[in-house]
Design a protein around this ligand. Structure first.
Ligand SMILES: Nc1ncnc2c1ncn2[C@@H]1O[C@H](COP(=O)(O)OP(=O)(O)O)[C@@H](O)[C@H]1O
Ligand SMILES: [Mg+2]
Length: 335
């Protein structure tokens, strides 16, 4: 039997209760609504989808920050919410999250040294002052903040957004995690500094073999990251994965109409893809509410190819249509 994946997500649902008005009925935002995923050691999975489709919720749940409404998250085959406290500590250390906002992620009253020394002390990786300075300097070098002496005793407000995100990444890798959940790590960073951060993450993966769940709403970023990092792309729509497969395959041969929409909205430098690419006219530009997602296929009321009586009635299952390429679309499955 092969070893269990690093992380496995099974039939995961995360519902947030909300109330309309002060005394209104409680409703549920179905942020994640039946997701299955496997993340393997050293692998890259890019999670792509429009804002509000549930990417952050899924990422936070994988990092153990939300408890599932239903379904489970397994770490090396074990449900993370049923681990012993020592196993939970190992899991916590193994999965680190880099949030979207590097301004909110760092305590403004602490120096870079203190910020990076804290997890090292907590996990017993370094203890004495000189060990800590040495380790923290090494981390700063790894994330391109050199010479380290220029950064050790700076406060977050003295750094640019890109530099702050480098500190956040240094903190994530400081404990040698197995997985980094990088939630839109470049969205709030100056455009000119974005590729540098993506390159840094890819370089660290080469050096350390860390697996990534790279979350983005931007197809251009997904393409850049996977062109260099390989791996798989999963496309999410209204709480569900609608297409998943090897990155190159998804970019060259997207099969779900929603994936095709995302891709056709972005200029493609590769003429081979541009030629094949036909713009897709959505029937509606509005994203439906995750409180009452459409029946059948959740994309049917925007989809130009929907089949009446099928797509609006029955939900298409995520189905392998080519090796490792899975799509949840009746048109594709029924071919
Ligand atoms: N704590 C929360 N309480 C209520 N609704 C939430 C909460 N967090 C997220 N949501 C809702 O869940 C849906 C998915 O959000 P999110 O996971 O942040 O999506 P994404 O990261 O793809 O933009 C959205 O409709 C959002 O408004
Ligand atoms: Mg988000």
């Amino acid at each position: 039997m092969s070893a269990p994946p690093l992380i496995e997500v099974r039939n995961l649902r995360i519902y947030f209760p909300i109330r309309k008005g002060f005394l209104g009925p409680v409703q549920y935002v179905k942020a994640v609504d039946g997701v299955n995923l496997r993340l393997y050691d050293g692998s890259v999975l890019t999670l792509l989808g429009e804002s509000g489709c549930g990417k952050t919720t899924l990422g936070k749940t994988i990092a153990g920050l939300y408890r599932p409404t239903a379904g489970e998250v397994l770490f090396r085959g074990k449900n993370i919410w049923r681990l012993s406290s020592s196993e939970f500590m190992i899991y916590r250390r193994s999965v680190q999250i880099v949030h979207q906002d590097p301004y909110a992620a760092l305590n403004p009253t602490k120096t870079v040294f203190t910020i990076l020394a804290t997890p090292l002390k907590r996990w017993g990786i370094a203890r004495t002052r000189s060990e800590l300075v040495e380790r923290v300097s090494k981390l700063l070098e790894l994330v391109g903040l050199t010479p380290p002496e220029d950064f050790l005793y700076k406060y977050p407000h003295q750094l640019s957004g890109g530099q702050r995100q480098r500190v956040v990444i240094a903190r994530a890798i400081s404990v040698n995690p197995k997985l980094i959940v990088a939630d839109e790590p470049i969205t709030m960073i100056d455009v000119s500094l974005r590729l540098g951060i993506l390159d840094l993450m890819l370089e660290l993966r080469e050096k350390m073999g860390t697996a990534y769940l790279f979350i983005t709403h931007d197809f251009g970023a997904a393409r850049y990251f996977s062109a260099k990092g390989g791996g798989r792309i999963a496309v999410m729509y209204l709480g569900k994965i609608v297409e998943i497969g090897p990155a190159e395959e998804i970019i060259k041969n997207p099969m779900h109409p929603y994936t095709q929409t995302l891709i056709s909205a972005v200029p493609v430098p590769d003429p081979e893809i541009s030629r094949k690419k036909k713009p897709i006219q959505l029937r509606s530009l509005d994203i439906p509410s995750p409180v009452n997602p459409p029946k059948g296929c959740r994309f049917h009321d925007r989809c130009p190819f929907y089949i009446e009586g099928l797509c609006d009635k029955e939900e298409p299952p995520l189905t392998e249509v080519k090796p490792l390429h899975e799509v949840a679309c009746w048109r594709v499955i029924k071919r």
